[in-house]
Design a protein around this ligand. Structure first.
Ligand SMILES: [Zn+2]
Ligand SMILES: [Zn+2]
Length: 177
């Protein structure tokens, strides 16, 4: 999971650029289309023989609008889905914990994750690290659980490489963790 970190950061920059480009294109395209529309209808209404002259703006405006909308949806799509994924607690694990010790804390968490699921956040895509101790889902790349403080990484005793908590072997030197 750690090797995705740099690309995740690049992705964020790319997403920001996409959003900015998308925004500019959407606004620009919208303005062109609106101008063309106004021109078309004012000229069409008064029949003094003058033809709509800004018709070409349709051909600029619509592709711009299209590019803008595509960029915007690409720019926001991943952000939305990862937001949904980070909001969504792992239900199965919570239910397990609940059945094991049934503490009030776990009940609250189970209720929360169930209500999240009801809200339509159920998504098979999982971004983030699930705490092996309490089952709370933490942000991708988190070092410690933000609920119980449990470490979410395994440091290799041989080479010191920090591995994901669910790794069995060190990704750098191959030693069993
Ligand atoms: Zn935890
Ligand atoms: Zn190692």
């Amino acid at each position: 999971m750690d090797q995705h970190k740099p690309s995740l950061r690049n992705n964020k920059t790319a997403k920001t650029i996409l959003r900015i480009i998308g925004f500019i294109f959407t606004i620009g395209g919208l303005v062109c289309v609106i101008i063309a529309f106004i021109d078309f209808f004012t000229k069409a209404v008064d029949m003094n023989g003058s033809m709509p002259t800004k018709f070409y703006l349709f051909f600029i405006g619509f592709p711009c609008l299209f590019i803008g909308v595509v960029c915007l949806s690409l720019g926001f799509m991943k952000a939305v889905s990862s937001y949904v994924a980070s909001e969504q607690a792992p239900i199965a694990k919570d239910v397990n914990n609940y059945m094991l010790d049934g503490t009030r804390d776990e009940t609250v968490k189970t209720v929360k994750s169930c209500s999240d699921a009801i809200k339509g956040n159920a998504s098979s895509e999982s971004a983030g690290v699930v705490c092996p101790k309490c089952g709370v889902k933490n942000e991708p790349g988190a070092k410690f659980c933000d609920h119980c403080g449990e470490p979410l990484t395994k440091t290799c005793s041989n080479c010191g490489e920090v591995n994901d908590i669910d790794s069995t072997y060190c990704r750098k030197c191959g030693k069993k963790l």
